[in-house]
Structures are given as C-alpha cells and as structure tokens.
Design a protein around this ligand. Structure first.
Ligand code: SAH
Length: 219
C-alpha cells in the first residue's frame, strides 16, 4: 500500500481505521488479509467531503445518484467469503464509490469492475489513481453483460441486488469458481453460487439490504 501518498492526501489517522477494524473483529470478521486491507484503505477518500467525517462508522452512506457506499461490515464479510477460495482474477459488478473494489484489489491479483452510472465511475477512477492502485480495471457498462473479453473469472462479486442472476454472468465464472450476490427483491439474501461444470450450487449466507441491480447505462 502506498502509505505515503495516503498521508499526502490528508489521511487523518490510522488509529481511526484500526478502531473500525476492531469493531469488525467484534462482529466476527476474522480474515487478517481483509482486516489489513481495511486498515490500509482511506475510506474517507471514497465519500464526498460533506460525509467524509463519518467514513469510519460501520454504516452505508449516500454517494449520490440514489446509490450508497456499502457498510464496511458487509464489504468485509463478502470479501472474506471470496478470499478463502484464493481467487486471482475477480470481477465486481457495481463499482459505486470504488471502496469495495479497492479492498478487493488488495487481496487478489487483478480486479475488474463494472459500473452503469458514468459520473460515479469517473469519480471512482480518480480515487483509484489518487491512491495509487495499479491492478484495478474498470468499465462503464451494464453489469448484466459482465466483461466477456476478460472472462472467465475465478470469482464474481455483485454489489447490487438482482432478482435473478443474469445468465451471462454465470457463463463468465470459471468451473469451480464462486459468485457472491445479494439475491432478491425486497427480501434479499446474500448468496454464494459455486459452479460445478454446468451445475450452479447455491448457499444462502444471511439476509442483506442492497440497492437494486438495474439494466442499462446512465451517461
Ligand atoms: N461496491 C460499491 C457499492 C455501490 S452501490 C461500493 O463499494 O461503493 C451499488 C452500485 O451498483 C451502484 O453504483 C449502482 O449504480 C451499481 N449498479 C446497479 N446495477 C448495475 C448494473 N446492472 N451494472 C453495473 N452497475 C450496477
């Protein structure tokens, strides 16, 4: 992690982040790689100025365009569930603020991320550049089509809730690969899908609340 550039952009204190890490430990997040990534990532950079003082609370916060940066607990939980399978190339659908992508990029080799709302993606890209992540590749598109040119992926993380998993995304998962997705409409369940050949096995983890996975793009 380029700690110096973080200090340079006004990283208040690592201590504030370490308090967040302790809260996540209290909520049973145990993977040290994930906790290290959270300790190293300036979440305040992923928020607008007016909300940045709340960056290290364990809550979701608005990022404009009716979207939210996910709660750190959920980011940690979803990341933990994926990294135990040691995926190297991972696709995220729903870049949003870019925070989840930043965390993932520190525990995998290559992180691909797709966002449908152009202004959100542009801001996220500026943050990636400012902090200095080198292994995040992003694209403005409807995540329902995935990223076929870069498929197949070891793992796919969906950070908005579809009613059903788009078939195209299942096709872009490697055999043996894992997808983590908040599945459902009003009532959503965090679900892990494992690909076994043409079989897709589903495991429900816990109920969650995400913004909906929507079709099309916004310019
Ligand atoms: N991972 C984000 C969470 C942002 S909220 C973060 O850490 O901040 C979910 C995001 O998914 C929103 O930005 C929304 O625009 C995006 N989204 C919803 N449907 C999508 C789709 N079909 N393709 C790509 N992005 C989508």
């Amino acid at each position: 992690m380029p700690e110096q550039s973080i200090e340079g952009i006004g990283m208040t204190s690592r201590r504030t982040r370490l308090r967040l890490v302790q809260r996540l430990r209290d909520k049973d997040i145990a993977d040290e790689r994930v906790l290290d990534a959270i300790a190293d990532t300036p979440r305040h950079i992923f928020l607008d100025e007016a909300l940045s003082h709340r960056a290290y609370e364990d809550t979701a916060l608005p990022i404009g365009h009716n979207q939210t940066i996910s709660q750190p607990y959920i980011v940690a939980r979803m990341t933990e569930l994926l990294v135990q399978h040691q995926p190297r190339r991972v696709l995220e659908l729903g870049t949003g603020s870019g925070y989840q992508a930043a965390i993932l990029s520190q525990v995998v080799d290559e992180l691909y991320t797709v966002e449908r709302i152009s202004p959100l993606l542009n801001k996220a890209r500026q943050r990636f550049e400012r902090i200095g992540y080198r292994n995040i590749y992003s694209r403005h598109a409807d995540g329902g089509i995935g990223w076929p040119e870069q498929a197949p992926f070891d793992a796919i993380m969906v950070t908005a809730a579809p009613k059903e998993i788009p078939l195209e995304l299942l096709r872009q998962l490697k055999d043996g690969g894992k997808m983590i997705v908040p599945l459902g409409d009003v009532q959503q369940n965090l679900t892990i899908v494992t690909r076994r050949g043409e079989q897709f096995l589903k495991d429900v983890i816990e109920p969650v609340m995400f913004v909906p996975f929507l079709p099309g793009v916004v310019r």
